[in-house]
Design a protein. Sequence first.
Length: 220
Amino acid sequence: MADNIRHIPGRFGQVRQVWHPRITSMGRRILACFPAAVLGVLCLVMLWMRRPAPAISAIIVVVVLVCIALCWVWLRPNTVAVTSSHVLGSRGIGFRNAVREKVRGAVVVESLERPGQGSKRGGKAAKRGLARPFLWLVDDDGRNLFRLDGTVWDLRSMQELATYLGVPTTQFQRVEPKALGNRWPKLVTPLMRYPWIKSVFTGAVLIGIVAAVYWLAWNA
Protein backbone atom coordinates (compact mmCIF):
# COMPACT_ATOMS: atom_id res chain seq x y z
CA MET A 1 0.00 0.00 0.00
CA ALA A 2 1.41 3.38 -1.01
CA ASP A 3 0.48 5.94 1.63
CA ASN A 4 3.80 7.30 2.88
CA ILE A 5 6.74 9.15 1.35
CA ARG A 6 8.93 6.19 2.32
CA HIS A 7 7.10 4.20 -0.35
CA ILE A 8 7.94 6.63 -3.16
CA PRO A 9 10.32 4.96 -5.62
CA GLY A 10 13.72 6.58 -5.97
CA ARG A 11 13.23 7.10 -9.72
CA PHE A 12 10.89 10.02 -8.95
CA GLY A 13 13.66 11.95 -7.21
CA GLN A 14 13.92 13.62 -3.83
CA VAL A 15 10.66 14.67 -2.16
CA ARG A 16 10.40 18.46 -1.86
CA GLN A 17 6.94 18.99 -0.35
CA VAL A 18 4.23 16.79 1.15
CA TRP A 19 0.52 17.22 1.92
CA HIS A 20 -1.91 15.05 3.89
CA PRO A 21 -5.72 15.40 4.18
CA ARG A 22 -6.82 17.64 7.03
CA ILE A 23 -9.18 16.40 9.72
CA THR A 24 -11.89 18.72 8.36
CA SER A 25 -12.35 16.35 5.40
CA MET A 26 -13.21 13.36 7.60
CA GLY A 27 -16.95 14.08 7.56
CA ARG A 28 -17.08 13.96 3.74
CA ARG A 29 -14.99 10.78 3.70
CA ILE A 30 -17.27 9.04 6.19
CA LEU A 31 -20.31 10.10 4.17
CA ALA A 32 -18.73 8.69 0.98
CA CYS A 33 -18.27 5.24 2.53
CA PHE A 34 -21.66 5.24 4.30
CA PRO A 35 -23.52 3.03 1.74
CA ALA A 36 -20.82 0.36 1.83
CA ALA A 37 -20.70 0.50 5.64
CA VAL A 38 -24.47 0.05 5.91
CA LEU A 39 -24.42 -2.90 3.52
CA GLY A 40 -21.56 -4.52 5.45
CA VAL A 41 -23.41 -4.16 8.75
CA LEU A 42 -26.58 -5.64 7.23
CA CYS A 43 -24.61 -8.65 6.00
CA LEU A 44 -23.05 -9.17 9.44
CA VAL A 45 -26.48 -8.98 11.07
CA MET A 46 -27.72 -11.54 8.56
CA LEU A 47 -24.88 -13.89 9.44
CA TRP A 48 -25.49 -13.52 13.16
CA MET A 49 -29.27 -13.99 12.94
CA ARG A 50 -29.52 -16.82 10.41
CA ARG A 51 -26.17 -18.61 10.46
CA PRO A 52 -26.70 -19.92 6.89
CA ALA A 53 -24.93 -22.86 5.26
CA PRO A 54 -21.14 -22.58 4.93
CA ALA A 55 -21.19 -21.90 1.18
CA ILE A 56 -23.74 -19.10 1.59
CA SER A 57 -21.89 -17.75 4.62
CA ALA A 58 -18.71 -17.59 2.51
CA ILE A 59 -20.52 -15.51 -0.13
CA ILE A 60 -21.81 -13.11 2.52
CA VAL A 61 -18.33 -12.83 4.05
CA VAL A 62 -16.93 -11.91 0.62
CA VAL A 63 -19.54 -9.15 0.37
CA VAL A 64 -18.51 -7.88 3.80
CA LEU A 65 -14.85 -7.85 2.79
CA VAL A 66 -15.68 -5.91 -0.37
CA CYS A 67 -17.58 -3.37 1.75
CA ILE A 68 -14.58 -3.01 4.05
CA ALA A 69 -12.33 -2.46 1.04
CA LEU A 70 -14.65 0.24 -0.33
CA CYS A 71 -14.64 2.02 3.03
CA TRP A 72 -10.86 1.80 3.16
CA VAL A 73 -10.61 3.48 -0.25
CA TRP A 74 -12.06 6.64 1.29
CA LEU A 75 -10.69 6.41 4.83
CA ARG A 76 -7.14 5.19 4.20
CA PRO A 77 -4.14 7.52 4.64
CA ASN A 78 -3.49 9.72 1.62
CA THR A 79 -0.39 11.58 0.53
CA VAL A 80 0.42 14.09 -2.18
CA ALA A 81 4.12 14.72 -2.70
CA VAL A 82 6.08 16.93 -5.07
CA THR A 83 9.57 15.99 -6.19
CA SER A 84 11.88 17.90 -8.50
CA SER A 85 10.35 16.12 -11.50
CA HIS A 86 6.90 14.78 -10.55
CA VAL A 87 3.67 15.37 -8.69
CA LEU A 88 2.63 12.18 -6.91
CA GLY A 89 -0.59 11.02 -5.30
CA SER A 90 -0.85 7.85 -3.24
CA ARG A 91 -3.27 5.08 -4.09
CA GLY A 92 -3.81 1.51 -2.94
CA ILE A 93 -0.95 0.22 -5.06
CA GLY A 94 1.74 2.60 -6.24
CA PHE A 95 1.41 6.30 -6.98
CA ARG A 96 -0.40 8.14 -9.71
CA ASN A 97 1.96 10.75 -11.07
CA ALA A 98 2.29 13.70 -13.38
CA VAL A 99 5.51 15.03 -14.89
CA ARG A 100 6.00 18.60 -13.69
CA GLU A 101 7.35 19.74 -17.06
CA LYS A 102 4.03 18.83 -18.67
CA VAL A 103 1.93 20.73 -16.11
CA ARG A 104 1.01 24.06 -17.70
CA GLY A 105 -1.78 25.18 -15.42
CA ALA A 106 -4.12 24.40 -12.55
CA VAL A 107 -7.90 24.59 -12.38
CA VAL A 108 -9.33 25.00 -8.88
CA VAL A 109 -13.06 24.86 -8.15
CA GLU A 110 -14.00 25.98 -4.67
CA SER A 111 -17.39 24.30 -4.88
CA LEU A 112 -18.46 22.04 -7.75
CA GLU A 113 -22.23 21.99 -7.54
CA ARG A 114 -24.64 19.35 -8.71
CA PRO A 115 -26.47 20.27 -11.95
CA GLY A 116 -29.34 22.64 -11.27
CA GLN A 117 -28.15 23.82 -7.88
CA GLY A 118 -27.07 27.17 -9.20
CA SER A 119 -30.47 27.95 -10.76
CA LYS A 120 -32.95 30.34 -9.21
CA ARG A 121 -36.65 29.79 -8.71
CA GLY A 122 -38.99 32.58 -7.72
CA GLY A 123 -36.06 34.93 -7.19
CA LYS A 124 -34.49 32.66 -4.58
CA ALA A 125 -31.40 30.55 -5.02
CA ALA A 126 -32.05 26.85 -5.06
CA LYS A 127 -30.63 24.73 -2.25
CA ARG A 128 -27.02 24.01 -3.00
CA GLY A 129 -26.85 20.67 -1.23
CA LEU A 130 -23.56 18.86 -0.95
CA ALA A 131 -20.78 20.41 -3.02
CA ARG A 132 -17.03 19.96 -2.79
CA PRO A 133 -13.82 21.45 -4.18
CA PHE A 134 -11.74 19.98 -6.99
CA LEU A 135 -8.31 20.58 -8.45
CA TRP A 136 -6.97 19.58 -11.84
CA LEU A 137 -3.44 19.98 -13.14
CA VAL A 138 -3.61 20.34 -16.91
CA ASP A 139 -1.29 20.27 -19.91
CA ASP A 140 -1.11 22.61 -22.90
CA ASP A 141 -4.22 21.02 -24.43
CA GLY A 142 -6.29 21.28 -21.25
CA ARG A 143 -6.13 17.56 -20.54
CA ASN A 144 -6.16 16.32 -16.97
CA LEU A 145 -2.76 15.19 -15.69
CA PHE A 146 -3.53 15.02 -11.98
CA ARG A 147 -6.73 15.50 -9.96
CA LEU A 148 -7.62 16.00 -6.31
CA ASP A 149 -11.17 15.23 -5.18
CA GLY A 150 -12.71 17.37 -2.45
CA THR A 151 -14.16 14.29 -0.78
CA VAL A 152 -10.67 13.68 0.62
CA TRP A 153 -8.81 16.96 0.06
CA ASP A 154 -9.73 20.43 1.26
CA LEU A 155 -9.58 23.65 -0.72
CA ARG A 156 -6.62 25.01 1.23
CA SER A 157 -4.42 22.03 0.33
CA MET A 158 -5.40 22.35 -3.32
CA GLN A 159 -4.53 26.04 -3.39
CA GLU A 160 -1.21 25.38 -1.63
CA LEU A 161 -0.30 22.74 -4.22
CA ALA A 162 -1.14 25.02 -7.15
CA THR A 163 0.85 27.87 -5.57
CA TYR A 164 3.84 25.65 -4.85
CA LEU A 165 3.98 24.46 -8.46
CA GLY A 166 3.97 28.08 -9.64
CA VAL A 167 1.73 27.47 -12.66
CA PRO A 168 -1.07 29.77 -13.89
CA THR A 169 -4.23 28.99 -11.91
CA THR A 170 -7.83 29.40 -13.01
CA GLN A 171 -10.15 29.46 -10.00
CA PHE A 172 -13.94 29.21 -9.86
CA GLN A 173 -15.92 30.01 -6.73
CA ARG A 174 -19.12 28.08 -7.43
CA VAL A 175 -19.73 26.38 -10.77
CA GLU A 176 -21.81 23.57 -12.23
CA PRO A 177 -20.21 20.79 -14.31
CA LYS A 178 -21.81 22.01 -17.53
CA ALA A 179 -20.44 25.54 -17.15
CA LEU A 180 -17.02 24.18 -16.22
CA GLY A 181 -17.12 21.80 -19.20
CA ASN A 182 -17.82 24.69 -21.56
CA ARG A 183 -14.54 26.27 -20.46
CA TRP A 184 -12.54 23.07 -19.87
CA PRO A 185 -14.24 20.31 -21.92
CA LYS A 186 -11.52 17.70 -21.27
CA LEU A 187 -11.84 17.86 -17.48
CA VAL A 188 -15.51 17.16 -16.83
CA THR A 189 -16.48 13.49 -16.95
CA PRO A 190 -19.98 12.19 -17.83
CA LEU A 191 -20.53 11.21 -14.18
CA MET A 192 -19.90 14.82 -13.17
CA ARG A 193 -22.36 16.09 -15.76
CA TYR A 194 -24.98 13.47 -14.91
CA PRO A 195 -24.46 12.45 -11.24
CA TRP A 196 -27.86 10.74 -11.16
CA ILE A 197 -26.32 7.87 -13.18
CA LYS A 198 -24.02 7.01 -10.28
CA SER A 199 -26.84 7.39 -7.74
CA VAL A 200 -29.17 5.10 -9.69
CA PHE A 201 -26.44 2.53 -10.30
CA THR A 202 -25.30 2.52 -6.66
CA GLY A 203 -28.87 2.23 -5.41
CA ALA A 204 -29.63 -0.64 -7.79
CA VAL A 205 -26.48 -2.52 -6.75
CA LEU A 206 -27.22 -2.08 -3.04
CA ILE A 207 -30.83 -3.22 -3.43
CA GLY A 208 -29.74 -6.17 -5.59
CA ILE A 209 -27.09 -7.33 -3.10
CA VAL A 210 -29.39 -6.96 -0.09
CA ALA A 211 -32.13 -8.89 -1.90
CA ALA A 212 -29.69 -11.64 -2.92
CA VAL A 213 -28.24 -11.97 0.59
CA TYR A 214 -31.73 -12.06 2.09
CA TRP A 215 -32.85 -14.76 -0.32
CA LEU A 216 -29.74 -16.86 0.25
CA ALA A 217 -29.95 -16.61 4.04
CA TRP A 218 -33.67 -17.25 4.38
CA ASN A 219 -34.11 -19.84 1.65
CA ALA A 220 -31.04 -21.98 2.18
